[in-house]
Ligand binder design. Structure first.
Ligand SMILES: NC(=O)c1ccc[n+]([C@@H]2O[C@H](COP(=O)([O-])OP(=O)(O)OC[C@H]3O[C@@H](n4cnc5c(N)ncnc54)[C@H](OP(=O)(O)O)[C@@H]3O)[C@@H](O)[C@H]2O)c1
Length: 302
């Protein structure tokens, strides 16, 4: 009897545990995605360098994410490099809904070792990265391709222009920019339609509010990186503990619920290598913050 009711509770929990509860974001006629996504950067070695210590676990996390209704995955060849993309490709191979999965990828960074990132926006290099990434990921086009960083050594016109050329060739569906100001987005919009922005943004650090507002005004997706502030919002010392207690949910769920409420264009991509944390994050889709609590949390960043 006890086992039966436990099983029933688990079944009810799993039925409620879906990224679909976060609502959807419409990229275009073909792609409507669940707003709560997943970022692959944790599936690497220390300093985002080298393989993840347990490659099978990395593939299982991706696979389980698809089972939980996640159909938006953020990745980059620079994660590993290439290791995260390989795990992503392997995990998605087993997904029953592969045709409905949307990947955002990034180009424009080189890696020289753990923790070292060097922007490189030479158009030929951006083109090479797109070609190699499509092979690694096993895809024939990029759903969304971010310029990871604008490289000051090359004109924006040349970097965004090369992405536009690849879009015209059918290699890229949507173009995005990462870690940019509103002025930089406006400059890039002269050379291509910009459909998404990916900047550092979370409840404890939202100095890019103007970028979120501009993205919403332009029907651009805003993908906040470090949505959990690299885990600092989710750990024992989290500034969100009191409010998490009030809602009887985890701190990570409060951080994600705040992002989901901030703008309908925000698509959080929490990163994790843990199945338990993955499920915890997806459950954030069920958390509805009151307006008063949302406003109170918004002051954390000031
Ligand atoms: N465009 C850019 O320049 C840029 C830069 C950085 C990142 N990104 C993207 O943004 C994504 C998210 O960033 P991120 O992964 O670095 O940081 P994050 O999502 O803010 O935090 C990840 C950290 O939080 C922990 N965590 C995750 N869920 C948790 C939970 N429910 N409870 C407790 N701890 C939890 C993870 O550890 P465990 O593995 O133990 O769960 C990990 O240490 C990346 O994966 C990447 O796709 C983009």
């Amino acid at each position: 009897m006890k086992v039966g009711s436990k099983l029933l509770r688990e079944v009810a929990f799993m039925a409620d545990l879906t990224a679909a509860n976060a609502g959807t974001y419409q990229f275009d006629d073909q792609f409507s995605i669940n707003r709560l996504g997943y970022g692959t950067m944790q599936l690497t070695g220390s300093g985002v360098w080298g393989p993840y210590k347990d490659p099978n676990q990395a593939v299982s996390v991706i696979q389980h994410a698809t089972e939980l209704g996640i159909n938006f995955f953020d990745t980059a060849d620079s994660y590993g490099p290439w290791f995260a993309d390989r795990y992503l490709a392997a995990g998605l191979k087993k997904a029953s809904n592969r045709d409905n999965i949307f990947i955002s990828d990034k180009v424009g960074q080189t890696r020289q070792g753990p923790g070292i990132w060097t922007p490189h926006g030479e158009p030929n290099y951006l083109r090479q990265q797109v070609g190699v990434s499509m092979m690694t990921l096993g895809i024939d086009h990029e759903d969304l391709l971010f310029l990871h960083r604008i490289d000051s050594h090359f004109p924006i016109a040349d970097q965004v222009g090369e992405l536009k050329k690849m879009q015209d060739e059918g290699k890229i569906k949507h173009i995005g920019l990462s870690q940019v100001s509103v002025d930089q987005i406006k400059e890039a919009q002269k050379y291509a339609k910009i459909d998404a922005v990916e900047n550092l943004y979370n409840v404890a650090d939202h100095k890019d509010d103007d970028v979120v507002d501009y993205a919403e005004s332009q029907h651009m997706a805003f993908v906040p990186w470090f949505p959990l502030n690299t885990g600092k919002l989710a750990g024992a010392d989290s500034p969100l503990s009191a409010i998490a207690n009030k809602y009887q949910v985890s701190e990570a769920q409060i951080a994600l619920a705040w992002l989901l409420k901030r703008s309908p264009n925000i698509l959080p991509i929490p990163g994790t290598s843990s199945i338990q944390h993955l499920e915890d994050n997806v459950a954030a889709a069920n958390v509805q913050l009151s307006d008063a609590d949302f406003d109170q949390l918004s002051h954390l960043s000031k």
